[in-house]
Design a protein around this ligand. Structure first.
Ligand code: GDP
Ligand code: MG
Length: 782
């Protein structure tokens, strides 16, 4: 039978792991190895994915993936796996008993060498928290070359000539998503002087799996055992000295969020990097395990490829493991000749035969056996992890069969209410008042100084008006991100992904996409920015392309105006209809993407549900600051230029004279030229086209521009028919997002995709408006 058939609460033992390539390697890296006991914890409310427990940690899998894991049912064996037999009387506090790695004989690096460190660890192990502690606020945020994955660099506080880089979270050195490849390539190619390996001690078996592979690299490494506060708080402890002896690198217990042990960690890190002290031990294969099958195989391969690894500039033990596992990227780099390849294959086959496990499983099992030994010797696990128990209790409700979705709806509604009605809106009003006051002041000043009319217009109507209207987004974005980062940090977003995965997979997305998509109903800008939390590049791209279909709040004034003026009796019907229309079109487009552009393999959904934790204030503030900075930066570059261009087109005629009648402006002329395109959809008036163009700056301005051009509110209603009002509603619902949103999309996906979104949305809007118009004509609405 397969894992899929095991009921919640029951256990099973893995017999074989199916699947192929990266996915299978990923299963093995996560500890799903033949012989492992797995307990099924729960199924998501919609029946998929499933959460399982193995090696003392928890993971979620999709049923489709669980179906690839062959198991046999074992009702009562799981308890044997918890290692409560080994106890340590001695209790080590933070940093106690830590010792410097014995000094190497080599000379220290010269004083002016910049010590570069890579901060490597699993997701949720506390990398970002530690990074913020290490660097304070002096950090540089950017992207890794070629991919939109956050890259943060910063100097260690008070330690000149140091750079720490916060890498994306990885579970192993077998790349499985583009983010993991980023981390692996950073460590392999950029050759940091030291690695700070951050290990979540409450989840030590899984976290150490990466540690084992890092040690193989032969780069000076220090292990930071994070979350020590939770461990000791629950009565657990770690024998740091014993662990150092077993691993051959300094181990420092820390609590990143409480800033404990961090100074000691810095001392060790700088020491090992300065003296280039490589890990003392890399040989983790046991020569007695199964007659030393894996051990002999590994060492044979090490000798076989030694020269190749050297010329390819790869750490030899790492390269040997990868070569045995069949990692094509590494095998290619090694550049083995045919004979050597054959020898490699023979050695590996022999090992598989003796070990009775396939190559990848055998290597993974070798690592986990060593980890088990380390944990049995050095770690006294708390009998009960309070945070874990508490998380399970909270999960009963937040991921419960009948409660999960209602709770999710309430949480999102609350976030929206607070952002758009209470906090964000309040701040927005304040800011708008401030901007108005400043504009008034500058206006007066310019007038009294007798400044040239054109310059005056540029400053007041162009720059102040334009950037002011965009700046007024800022409070909404900041508030939205405040709530988002609280939800993300607390661990709730991972649950949302777990609950929603089944639904979103039908569209070719994964569970996490639901959050950016929902935020899109508020404002596309933070929605696009929120896609940063999506672990896969493919999902991120697709989600970004779908956010414009979520009608943002800035369009509400347009709906309100026209529904009020034309469809008073059908208010609710039209409003609901509009939202439904864009969602339905969005879903259709998603299906289309799934079948065409994004056909590639859906990224497997192996993730963990971290314990619920109180988010750290410092992290949250730092994130808010980054997001605001990012947005302000954009407001003053792309958006400023765009507003000035529109102001110019609006204020001048083709002879570059300032116009008094807006009908003569360049914009009006252009709008007049475009207007015929809008004739078939019933919007062929240059004034309507002008208002739509100005809507590209900010959707709120569509109505006000219409009013100005038609002279009054009554003028607009008098000039338009029911059917053209309906067309206009549908068109504004779907056409291009505003310039701020496009600027965000450009930042995430580049120019090409930004243009693509503008054109695609306009085209879809046009077609939809045409259909509405034609239907309207057919059934005789006028
Ligand atoms: P990353 O995914 O590796 O960057 O992890 P984060 O830095 O985002 O941390 C994940 C979660 O663990 C956050 O909620 C942190 O507040 C929390 N956290 C980080 N370090 C500690 C720690 O030392 N003790 C405790 N109790 N929580 C921590
Ligand atoms: Mg992080």
């Amino acid at each position: 039978m397969t894992l899929k058939e095991i009921k919640a609460g029951q256990s099973a033992c893995v017999i074989s792991v199916g699947g192929s390539g990266a996915l299978r390697q990923h299963f093995l890296d996560m500890g799903i190895i033949p012989g492992t006991d797995i307990k099924v914890i729960k199924y998501a409310p919609m029946g998929d994915p499933v959460e399982i427990c193995l090696h003392g940690y928890e993971l979620t899998l999709r049923l489709e993936d669980a179906d690839k894991i062959e198991v046999e049912s074992i009702p009562d064996r799981i308890n044997k796996n918890t290692k409560s037999s080994s106890y340590f009387s001695e209790h080590l506090g933070l940093g106690e008993g830590g010792r410097f790695h014995p000094k190497g004989s080599g000379d220290p690096l010269p004083d002016d060498t910049t010590l570069t460190f890579a901060l490597v660890g699993n997701q949720n192990s506390g990398k970002t928290t530690l990074f913020n502690q290490l660097t304070g606020s002096k950090q540089h945020v950017g992207n890794f070359p070629g991919v939109t994955v956050d890259r943060k660099d910063g100097a260690i506080l008070g330690r000149p000539n140091t750079i720490v880089t916060d890498l994306p979270g990885i579970y192993s050195m077998s790349p499985y998503s583009s983010e993991e490849l980023v981390s692996r390539n950073f460590v392999l190619n950029e050759k940091p002087k030291g690695i700070i390996d951050i290990v979540d001690v409450t989840n030590i078996e899984r976290n150490m799996y990466l540690t084992m592979q890092l040690l193989e690299l032969g780069v000076p490494t220090v292990v930071a055992l994070n979350m020590m506060d939770e461990m000791t708080g629950n009565g657990g402890s770690v024998d740091i000295n014993a662990m150092e002896a077993m691993l051959g690198v300094p181990v420092v217990p820390i609590s990143a969020s409480k800033n404990q042990g961090v100074q000691e960690l810095i001392d060790h890190a700088i020491h090992i990097a300065k003296y280039q002290e490589k890990p003392e031990r890399q040989d983790f294969c046991d020569e007695n395990d199964h007659n030393g099958a894996v051990h002999r195989c590994l060492h044979a391969v090490i000798h076989l490829i030694e020269d190749h690894a050297k010329s390819a500039d790869l750490p030899v033990r790492f390269a040997a493991c990868k070569a045995i596992e069949g990692d094509q990227i590494i095998i290619e780099q090694l550049n083995l000749d045919e004979n050597e390849k054959e020898t490699l294959e023979h050695i590996t086959l022999q090992m598989e035969k003796e070990r009775e496990l396939d190559r990848s499983a055998a290597i993974a099992d070798m690592r986990f056996s060593f980890i088990t030994k380390v944990c049995e010797t050095c770690v006294k696990k708390p009998k009960e992890n309070r945070e874990h128990t508490r998380s399970h209790k909270i999960d009963k409700i937040l991921t419960g069969k009948f409660t999960a979705i209602p709770v999710f709806i309430v949480v999102m509604a609350l976030v929206f209410f607070l952002t758009f009605n209470v906090i964000g809106a309040g701040l927005q009003n304040l800011l708008a008042m401030g901007i108005d006051a400043l504009t008034g002041l500058v206006d007066k000043g310019l007038t009294s100084a007798g400044v040239n009319k054109v310059l005056h217009g540029l400053i007041i109507d162009g720059i102040f008006e334009g950037v002011g209207s965009v700046l007024s987004f800022l409070p909404i974005i900041v508030t939205m991100f405040l709530f988002l980062s609280l939800l993300e940090d607390s661990g709730y977003i991972a649950r949302v992904a777990f609950v929603m995965d089944k639904l979103l997979r039908k569209l070719g997305l994964s569970g996490r996409s639901i959050v950016p998509l929902l935020i899109g109903f508020g404002c596309t800008v933070p929605a696009v920015m929120a896609t940063r939390t999506l672990p896969s590049e493919r999902d991120r791209k697709m989600t970004i392309l779908l956010t414009p279909f979520m009608s943002c709040t800035a369009k509400l004034p347009i709906y309100a105006f026209f529904v009020d003026a034309f469809f008073k009796n059908y208010k609710a019907l039209i409003m609901i209809g509009l939202y439904l229309l864009s969602i339905i079109i969005g879903i259709l487009i998603a299906f289309l993407y799934k079948k065409t552009m994004f056909k590639g393999e859906a990224v497997p959904f192996v993730m963990e549900l971290p314990n619920y934790r109180l988010p750290s204030v410092k992290n949250t503030l730092q994130l808010l600051w980054e997001k605001s900075k990012d947005f302000l930066h954009r407001a003053f570059s792309v958006i400023l230029v765009a507003t000035i261009i529109v102001w110019f087109l609006q204020s001048f005629n083709f002879r570059f004279n300032l116009v008094d009648d807006s009908q003569e402006s360049i914009l009006a002329t252009i709008a007049g030229l475009i207007a015929p395109i809008f004739k078939p959809v019933g919007l062929g008036d240059w004034r309507i086209v002008t208002s739509l163009i100005s809507g590209f700056m900010a959707k709120e301005s569509v109505v006000s521009v219409l009013e100005v051009l038609y002279g009054s509110e009554g003028g607009v209603t008098a000039a338009m028919s029911y059917i053209s009002a309906l067309s206009l509603l549908v068109f504004s619902l779907l056409y291009t997002p505003c310039v701020a949103a496009i600027a965000s999309i450009r930042r995430e996906l580049g120019h090409k995709w930004a243009f693509y979104v503008v054109f695609l949305q306009c085209a879809i809007a046009w077609v939809a408006a045409l259909i509405v118009h034609l239907i309207g004509l057919l059934i005789g609405v006028v």
